[in-house]
Design a protein around this ligand. Sequence first.
Ligand code: PAF
Length: 279
Amino acid sequence: MIVLNTKTQIKETVREIKKKGATIGLVPTMGYLHEGHGSLIKRAVEENDYVIVSDFVNPIQFAAGEDLESYPRDFEADKKLCEELGADAIFYPDPEEMYGDTFLSHVGVYEITTVLCGKTRPTHFSGVCTVLTKLFHLSMADRAYFGQKDAQQLAVVRRMVNDLDFNIEIIGCPIIREEDGLAKSSRNTYLSADERKAAVVLSKALKEGKELIDGGERDASKVKDTIVSVIEKEPLAKIDYVEVVDWDTLTEVSSIDGPVLAAVAVYIGKTRLIDNFIK
Ligand code: PAF
């Protein structure tokens, strides 16, 4: 496996790969890889001739006061995992390489970026779409792999790729969970032992909401109320949002008639965790 640190290196590498007619799979990450990322890499290796994992903590998707500085990093461990899983290259640029000091362009996706996480993180998705546009161009990937844990991100990226005619297929992959149900996340490392126990309330609440729908409930507010009431029983949890929205438009629904996304963002102590299901 090779490590690519510069835009020139990745461009030269993928040009050679493309000349051979090989397919390229991209797994965009911010590093500190866990089994969730691992599942994306494995799938990319199965479905493509050449797999690139990007490992870049993208500064422009963090707002002032968010966890850019403290975001966990361990490049050596990331490299080892990528190698073990059969990735061919890891793209590990620094922010200066990606943005220089005269960067003036941003990619905007509207409406679906102002709900859910976009309400409290108004600049986040523009930062995500901008870096992904760059990574899609640089990697010339045929397919890119995203976890459903960041369901809004997946919906936004699909919309961007469709609206702007990117020549890339976006593959959404299932959420990978700890044994007790907590969705795997690099941010789980911020949790103290007590907070870690409390964090299971997200998946527990969503499970109850999902069971209601499975049992025939079609009133979205009843599903939402059930999820809220389970989370509110946990003293260390503070709800940012609980929403049941249309899985395509991310607009609120009152009746569950088509595919919906039930999504939660909850502070456990100071750590903001997200989780969801699509039904
Ligand atoms: O989901 C992430 O880790 C990031 O938002 C992504 C897609 C790698 C863009 O920086």
